[in-house]
Design a binder for this molecule. Sequence first.
Ligand SMILES: [Zn+2]
Length: 390
Amino acid sequence: MTTETIKLYDNDAYETSFTATVLSCEEVKKKDGTLWQVCLDQTLFFPEEGGQSADLGVLGSAQVLDVQIKNNVITHTLNQPLASGSSVTGQIDWEHRFYNMQQHTGEHIFSGLVQKHFGFDNVGFHLSDQIVTMDFNGPLTWADAEQLEWEVNTCIVSNIPVEVTFPDKAVLSGMEYRSKIEIDGQVRIVTIPGYDVCACCAPHVHRTGEIGILKVQSCQKYKSGVRISILCGFRALEDYRCKQKNVIEISTSLSARQETISDSVARLKSELAQAKLQLGAANMQLMQKKIADIPATLAQVCLFEENIDTDLMRFTVNELVKNHPGYCAVFAGSDADGYRYIIGSATRDTREIGSFLRERFQAKGGGKAEMIQGSLTAPAEKIQELFAEV
Ligand SMILES: [Zn+2]
């Protein structure tokens, strides 16, 4: 029976260093080298639990790469061994921990409000370094999410104390709280008065003001409910900086006001679609002229075009086969970048020339007797030589 680890983070989420005794150290072989799994009598390292990623930091001079919990025994994965029985000082990565605390307390307020206003449960929670998602078992609109977001931020600026308690079984049985499941051990209750009461094992901020801000990132249908992603505190600020940088760059390049850049992008897209249509029509006219100029006496035709789309290639081949009984081909591209091709014929089996192209130029593609298409890389001159031979 392995000794259960004393969870120092349970009582004080703000402590960053601690001393512990190494109870065991086991070598483990991994793909990318050897690692060591260490158990201590007590730890400040919060393990990956309840959807939240583990704390980072150091134990002595060893990096803590992962922290897992099983049957209340916490295992630290390290890049160096520690001597069993020795005393070690641990230091958690405070920035990482605090950012996680900001996200997690923010999530509690949001989920508490969802239950209060809509009666939906949080049925899935994920907190990584980049993203925080919450799944609710009922539908919420973007407008609902924004209203909740506003109310969470009202709670944040009210700077309400976050209370952590360990009520006994008798008190618990009469209490209303989220995540109420029967567990054997001591239940830890995190209360944000007026907003949320929830069973939770994770570290939280002392007062809601420390969350800074909560911003909803997205609200999407998920199973029979909704998945909402949020960011809080410094991670929300980093996200704001990233989005602002993009908005500034787009607005500068379009010479458009930041507030209305999406209108400018929509206008640009519609102009581009219009220009594409005009270009397509002009290219078609040019091609028709080119086709009309080809002497009718030619049995087969092999055209090379630099910029031509597949629709116009197919149109051209269909026009050519009306007047030329042999192979009629259009190659689009260049010697350097390779060619896409379409070959048609009214009288010959195009799959035959297709097999020559495969043999001589390792061409890819296929099709029916009347028409094949594919791609290859070869000089135009060599391709023309082949057409002269067949
Ligand atoms: Zn929680």
